[in-house]
Design a protein around this ligand. Structure first.
Ligand code: ZN
Length: 138
């Protein structure tokens, strides 16, 4: 069995951002040489997500509105966590959007449904964040 590990780094300009990382993940898969197996991708931080959904700008605005309704950024004082930090909303948003994705690798490709794309979801940006890509198989 082969094993591949890579850490990608993201530094968003805004506090919240969704980035389609599918091309970067496909590059990792090519680099790994693995044809059959499983790919795991997760942020190495607790205020960002990796998730699978549609690459459609309207939907991404809907996610922003939906997440702000459930866990609004402000006022900061509404959260117990916000003493030293101001990112309680980011922890909550990340929990809603999930930590990681696992994708089947078949015939050297991500075995996706028609509209599936992998996104990095940043909820407390403007600093460097790491994303782990682990692939196992043969
Ligand atoms: Zn925090």
């Amino acid at each position: 069995m082969k094993s591949y590990r890579k850490v990608l780094t993201f530094h968003t300009k805004k506090r919240r951002e969704f980035i389609n990382i599918t091309p970067l993940i496909e590059e990792c898969l090519r680099e790994s040489g693995i044809k059959e197996g499983l790919l795991l991708c997760n942020p190495m931080h607790i205020t960002s997500s990796v998730f699978i959904n549609d690459d459609e700008s309207g939907l991404h605005r809907d996610f922003e509105i939906f997440l702000e309704k459930l866990a609004p950024e402000k006022p900061y004082e509404q959260y117990y966590h916000n003493g030293y930090e101001d990112n309680a909303d980011a922890h909550l948003k990340r929990t809603i959007m999930g930590r990681e994705v696992v994708v089947a690798i078949t015939d050297g490709k991500l075995d996706f449904g028609t509209w599936e794309q992998i996104f990095y979801g940043e909820f407390d940006g403007k600093r460097s964040k790491r994303v782990l890509v682990k692939i196992i198989g043969e």
